[in-house]
Design a protein around this ligand. Structure first.
Ligand code: SF4
Ligand code: SF4
Length: 136
């Protein structure tokens, strides 16, 4: 039994609401985040796209830090993780991976039905375990 987060990268708009909601919920200092949002662009800045105009590309990827607790205190009260709850595009879905009716499993099924590529980050990223990404 393990709970996991499914991140549908096709739905992520890079708004950082997940990161800021987590900070507010846990009263984190300015320099601490439990999830950050990486821009997959030129690498020159968080809003710099890749490519040459008009063929520009940019996408975003929430990266969960090892300090993430899956909002244990909220789960104890029967509440979902704050980042999942506040995401405006429903890019995040958390739940038990062995339960086919969990939000995680239903979101994963939706993505695999669309033949999305499903992956996890490698160990060298040093990110939190239990995060599954899906992308076209
Ligand atoms: S996961 Fe949701 S809240 Fe976080 S950056 Fe993407 S769209 Fe925004
Ligand atoms: S699950 Fe909770 S602790 Fe982890 S990043 Fe989301 S809001 Fe923060």
């Amino acid at each position: 039994m393990a709970k996991k987060m499914l991140v549908d990268l096709e739905r992520c708009i890079g708004c950082w609401t997940c990161a800021m909601a987590c900070k507010m919920c846990h009263d984190l200092p300015d320099d601490q985040y439990r999830v950050i949002v990486r821009t997959n662009g030129s690498g020159a800045g968080i809003d710099r796209p890749q490519g040459v105009y008009p063929n520009l590309r940019m996408s975003w990827q929430p990266i969960y830090q090892r300090s993430c607790t899956w909002c244990a205190e909220r789960q104890a009260e029967g509440l979902p993780p704050m980042c999942e709850y506040e995401c405006p595009t429903e890019a995040l879905a958390y739940g038990e991976e062995t339960d086919p009716e969990s939000a995680y499993s239903r979101a994963l099924a939706r993505c695999t039905d669309k033949h999305y590529h499903v992956f996890e980050l490698p160990d060298y990223e040093n990110s939190r375990q239990g995060v599954t990404y899906a992308v076209k």
